[in-house]
Ligand binder design. Structure first.
Ligand code: N0T
Length: 511
């Protein structure tokens, strides 16, 4: 069976080669996949050291269709072959009409075609972004994308190295809150699209009020993406998703209004519109560079019962966020951006980005520990996938994360006792405390986490004391626990996971 999504009661599973799968991934820099030599030398050794099971890599329209209707899939074929050699899966990103709210990856022949319609800001100045009302350009993108999907099918249908495809990249319009290539009064005065509101003759303005411009832009971008996605899906029906550049959280200083983030893109507020207008898109995914990670993931999960994080900052907090998200949601894929730089450049968030988001760099700048921490997390999580994938909603799994420095911990009720999880990150320079506990059998547990300390407590004031029957280091290999040190004596006084993610198994008893 092709990779596909399976709806569950409390989530969604991604089925790959007939088994639930979680993408422990990394996304490479934008230009890396244009050169196989560069990939061999600079990218693969670095990303494989992270213990990824999935690589997220772009496909560029300008490279696959350098001349109109003349296709060249060499870069795609290279990625598929190299991924197989490295025994990882691939998620491909279609850098087509829009990439970060711009049209930079559009082939020359279309960029320079006088018939191409560029978006305009309020003063009528052209933006380097093709208008989502340019139906001819959208049709050409759909044709190119359908060729790509047909090619992937021909190369990969029997192996399923490619498991998902992202359609465009961070769509929406920047530096304008409406595309003035379109007559605003005429557009917003017409009845709202039937796909968004049936049985109404109300205009966009009357129906959406203040939000009319953004809703209209979302409708245009989602319609365009639907045309492209549907054309690709007809050739090869892999799961398709879109990613979203987030609106800056309102409690950080500096304005956040449509156009300071790509307006019309699938942000939290526009998810419903995108779902209605773009049914060929299976998932809507947040790129999370903002500090309120769990707020964003909650907002996406609650609206679609599924979550993937295709981009996030290359910094220590990402590791804590991964651990929490994998224990709390049916997480399908997690993929920090700039994966080939985890070990080469100290993990710091991009200063430009922090400036644009008006975030204090100290909140992100976590030194160079992010590489080893992510690599350790991925190594240990790989073995846990058979236990976790598709089961993350289960009542046997308890996840926690410190979301503010003042968070001290949580208390979890487990079998015959209570467990007090102390959040033990000592300074803001360390990864925020996070973890999850998985109940394996009666009074037998796995704990996976970073910067936490666990204390057992009797289940009530009158209950018998509770102790550790056994505490082991180790890992899951092919579905079986492989024990390392047995911790007793001095090493057993606390259950503790430090600055690198760790996995422990413990058994409790009352005496
Ligand atoms: C991301 C990445 C890549 C002014 C940025 C993040 C990737 C794209 N965009 O390194 O370009 O292809 O999807 C946007 C983050 C918003 C912060 C404001 C920046």
């Amino acid at each position: 069976m092709l990779p596909h999504l399976e709806k569950r009661e409390n989530g969604t599973a991604l089925i790959v080669n007939d088994k639930p799968f979680i993408g422990l991934a990394g996304e490479i820099h934008n230009s890396s996949a244009s050169d196989p030599g560069y990939m061999e030398e600079k990218v693969w050794p670095q990303v494989m050291a992270l213990n990824i099971n999935t690589l997220v890599a772009p496909v560029y329209w300008e490279m696959i269709e350098p001349e109109k209707t003349k296709f060249d899939f060499a870069t795609v074929d290279y990625l598929i072959t190299a991924a197989r050699e490295h025994q990882v899966k691939l998620v491909l990103l279609w850098f087509g009409l829009w990439k970060n709210a711009g049209s930079t990856y559009v082939p020359e022949w279309l960029k320079t075609d006088p018939a191409t319609i560029y978006s305009q800001d309020q003063t009528g100045r052209h933006l380097l972004a093709i208008s989502p009302a340019d139906h001819r350009a959208i049709g050409l993108d759909a044709t190119a994308f359908s060729h790509l999907m047909a090619h992937i099918k021909q190369r990969d249908e029997t192996e399923n190295t490619v498991i998902m495809v992202q359609v465009e990249n961070e769509t929406g319009l920047l530096n304008a809150d409406f595309d003035h290539a379109i007559d605003e009064d005429q557009a917003l005065g017409q009845p709202v699209a039937a796909s968004l509101a049936e049985d109404t003759q109300q205009s966009w303005r009357a129906y959406f009020g203040e939000a009319a411009k953004e809703q209209y832009m979302a409708y245009l971008f989602a319609s365009a993406v639907e045309t492209v996605a549907a054309a690709g899906k007809r050739e090869y029906p892999l799961p398709l998703y879109v990613n979203a550049w987030q609106q800056k959280p309102l409690d950080v200083p500096g304005a956040s209004f449509p156009g300071t983030y790509p307006t019309g893109g699938p942000t939290v507020k526009m998810v419903k519109t995108w779902q209605k207008v773009a049914p060929s898109i299976d998932l809507i995914a947040p790129d999370i560079y903002v500090p309120n990670f769990t707020e964003v993931t909650d907002a996406y999960f609650s609206q679609q019962n599924a979550l993937l994080v295709p981009e996030t900052a290359r910094a220590l907090p990402a590791v804590s966020n991964l651990i929490y998200a994998i224990g709390h949601y049916d997480l399908l894929l997690f993929s920090p951006f700039g994966a080939e730089d985890f070990f080469t450049t100290p993990a710091k968030a991009d200063p430009q980005m922090l400036k644009a988001l008006a975030i204090d760099p100290r909140a992100f700048d976590q030194g160079g520990q992010a590489g080893p921490a992510l690599a350790t997390a991925y190594r240990l999580l790989k073995g846990l996938i058979p236990l976790l994938a598709g089961n993350q909603d289960s009542s046997r799994l308890h996840a926690f994360i410190a979301t503010k420095p003042a968070d001290e911990g949580v208390r979890v009720r487990l079998g015959n006792c209570n467990v007090v999880v102390h959040f033990a990150a000592l300074t803001g320079e360390q990864a925020p405390s996070a973890g999850f506990i998985l109940e394996l059998a009666a009074n037998e547990f796995l704990v996976f986490g970073i910067n936490i300390r666990i204390v057992l407590e009797p289940s009530s004031a009158t209950a018998r004391p509770v102790g550790l029957l056994k505490l082991e280091e180790g890992e899951m290999v092919a579905g079986h626990w492989q024990s390392g040190r047995i911790l007793n004596g001095d090493e057993q006084t606390v259950i503790q996971l430090g600055q690198l993610p760790g996995l422990l198994k413990f058994k409790t008893f009352t005496y």
